[in-house]
Write a protein that binds this ligand. Structure first.
Ligand code: PGA
Length: 250
């Protein structure tokens, strides 16, 4: 049985005060009997603060990016070991903003995935097609290629140690969500693709949906058989909205 994971990607938002407020809103409303796992991914400089704010609550902690390098003269970069050292369990790799704005290739993303695993982090591999690619009918080619870069480097067993987040680029931050049917179709095809390498990896790998998920559409999306959670941007910055999504996940 795959556990539902509700992950908040705060992107480059927040400052000490607003982050304290957000975390206290989340902590106050968190229910200990929820089956879903709740994960927050703050900007790197606030991760340690958020760790303190989490205290003894069961909220997992992740970063939004990581270097593919282990250590050394890489000004401005943060290594996977550093993230483990400050208490992260997860890290996003290959978010579409990293791919499109910072030129991260499928191969670089695969290297980051490998670096994360080596340091004991669970990488969340973000994949998804642009509007143009969807309209061209190449959605599955694009997502398969993004997944295969990791399989080629680490094998299906390596990939299965992480989480996949399917985020259609046209749905990120736009308010336009993929319909539950559109999302399910791609999630099922991703699982089928994994199955070609390994049945148990296909059955056990969590595949999250991301792209304008909010309380109002979470129920229908999370009800789909191959959607195992959400990667939430905008709606994760409001405690009530984020908690409402966690409640739907149960
Ligand atoms: P969004 O972002 O929920 O604001 O669309 C999702 C993401 O980028 O992970």
């Amino acid at each position: 049985m795959r556990r539902t994971l509700i992950a908040g990607n705060w992107k480059m938002h927040g400052q000490m005060n607003s982050i304290r407020e957000l975390m206290s809103g989340i902590s106050e409303q968190l229910q200990s009997d929820w089956r879903c796992e709740v994960l927050v991914c703050p900007p790197a400089v606030y991760i340690s603060t958020v760790k303190q704010l989490i205290g003894d609550k069961t909220v997992s902690l992740g970063a939004q990016n990581v270097s593919e390098q282990v250590q050394g003269a890489f000004t401005g970069e943060v290594s996977a070991d550093m993230l483990t050292d400050i208490g992260c369990q997860y890290v996003l790799v290959g978010h579409s903003e990293r791919r499109s704005l910072y030129g991260e290739s499928d191969e670089l993303v695969a290297d980051k995935f490998a670096a994360a695993l080596k340091a004991g982090l669970k990488p969340v591999l973000c994949i998804g097609e642009t509007l143009e690619q969807r309209e061209n009918g190449t959605t599955m080619n694009v997502v398969k290629q993004q997944i295969d870069a990791v399989i080629n480097l680490l094998g299906i067993d390596g990939l299965a140690k992480g989480v996949i987040a399917y985020e259609p680029v046209w749905a990120i931050g736009t308010g336009v969500t993929a319909s539950p049917e559109q999302a399910q179709e791609v999630h099922a095809a991703i699982r089928e693709h994994l199955k070609q390498s390994c049945t148990s990896a296909a059955q056990n790998t969590q595949i999250l949906y991301g792209g304008s998920m909010k309380a109002a559409n979470a129920e229908q999306l999370l009800a789909q058989p191959d959607i195992d959670g959400g990667l939430i941007g905008g709606a994760s910055l409001k405690a009530d909205e984020f908690i409402a999504i966690c409640k739907v996940a149960g």
